[in-house]
Design a binder for this molecule. Structure first.
Ligand SMILES: CSC[C@H]1O[C@H](OP(=O)(O)O)[C@H](O)[C@@H]1O
Ligand SMILES: Nc1ncnc2[nH]cnc12
Length: 322
């Protein structure tokens, strides 16, 4: 069933979308409203999207990146359908959660990272643009891949939430350096997977300036930019990847050890920031950086667009194509 974007948007009025990664298949303290599963021009999202209400009644949309039963491998995530479906619901800001490996000693498993940069190590097997397969050519600006204002705003809130969490862990353990910490302005390497990196690759990413590594931020972040959505990644470190010479290289079993606790922290962060984020986002300024981002990215000569192309692209960019 293909629902018209405007129909969905008006019916549901959701400003914030949350994408849950490995270990994060639902959010806490929210009232379930309904599931929606829109068929976009790029197919169906990873899983039906859960529309739920915060205690104030504010609605948010939650989507499990790998499906609710974690059945979709990173290279097969239908990222175009995911981002298009969120946009069609009226979402303007996306908080994307991700389990990542750490490439730095001071980013410990359990820590939260808000990256500012990305190094692309995907292998071209993931459809990475909404314009692919159409006669319209567009070059989105991606020098600053995350929504800078949104990330700054989040950093303050996440630091406050995790300071409380760390204080609690320190009281309980008697260790003054225990508990999760927050790192900002870091660089995430996005690799293809599904296998983890070799030790040589892990060392190389460190030499390149990578701080954390995952398999999911691309093409998600690129597609969010093309759809003019404000996108931020909230990464939680699960392991030290494979660069430490005298330690074992990362295994899935090691990742699973920290995944549940990290997901608990991610849910706590979401429960704490979503209400305030919705209010901040509603006034417009916070998300203004991404609105109109594609205006000068579409090559003017591709004005001779087919009706089919226009209809397809109107799903994500109604301002330019409807
Ligand atoms: C489970 S280890 C590798 C897997 O975990 C991360 O997923 P996500 O970003 O969705 O949390 C990483 O990107 C890999 O896909
Ligand atoms: N070491 C790692 N490499 C890639 N993705 C990851 N997700 C969690 N840990 C990872």
């Amino acid at each position: 069933m293909r629902l018209l974007p405007s129909v969905l948007k008006h019916r549901l009025a959701v400003l914030i979308g949350v994408i849950g990664g490995s270990g994060l298949y639902h959010l806490d303290n929210l009232t379930f409203i309904k599931h929606v599963n829109p068929e976009t021009p790029w197919g169906f999202p990873s899983s039906p999207i859960t529309i739920c209400a915060l205690p104030s009644g504010t609605r948010v949309a939650f989507l499990a990146r790998h499906g609710t039963g974690h059945s979709i491998a990173p290279s097969a995530v239908p990222a175009r359908a995911n981002i298009a479906a969120l946009k069609a619901l009226g979402v303007r800001a996306v908080l994307a959660f991700s389990a990542v490996g750490s490439l730095r000693e001071d980013i410990r498993p359990g820590d939260v990272v808000l990256p500012a940069q990305i190094i692309d190590r995907t292998k071209g097997v993931r459809p990475a643009s909404f314009f692919e397969g159409t006669g319209v050519v567009a070059h989105a600006a991606f020098g600053d891949p995350f929504a800078a204002r949104l990330v700054r705003w989040l950093e303050g809130r996440v630091r406050a939430v995790l300071a409380e969490e760390a204080a609690r862990v320190q009281r309980e353990t008697g260790r003054p350096d225990a508990g999760p910490r927050v790192h900002a302005d870091k660089c995430v390497v996005c690799m293809e997977g599904p296998q983890f990196s070799t030790r040589a690759e892990s060392q190389m990413y460190r030499a390149w300036g990578g701080d954390i590594i995952n398999m999911s931020v691309l093409p998600e972040a690129k597609l969010a930019r093309e759809a003019e959505l404000s996108y931020a990644l909230i990464a939680t470190a699960t392991d030290y990847d494979s660069w430490r010479p005298h330690e074992d290289a990362v295994t899935a079993a090691e990742v699973f050890k920290t995944l549940q606790e990290n997901a608990r922290i991610s849910r706590h962060v979401a429960a704490t920031v979503l209400e305030e984020l919705n209010a901040a986002a509603a006034d417009g300024e916070l998300l203004a950086g991404e609105v109109g981002a594609m205006q000068y990215s579409i090559m003017p000569r591709s004005a001779q667009q087919t009706d089919e192309d226009r209809q397809k692209l109107a799903y994500i960019l109604p301002t330019y194509f409807s």
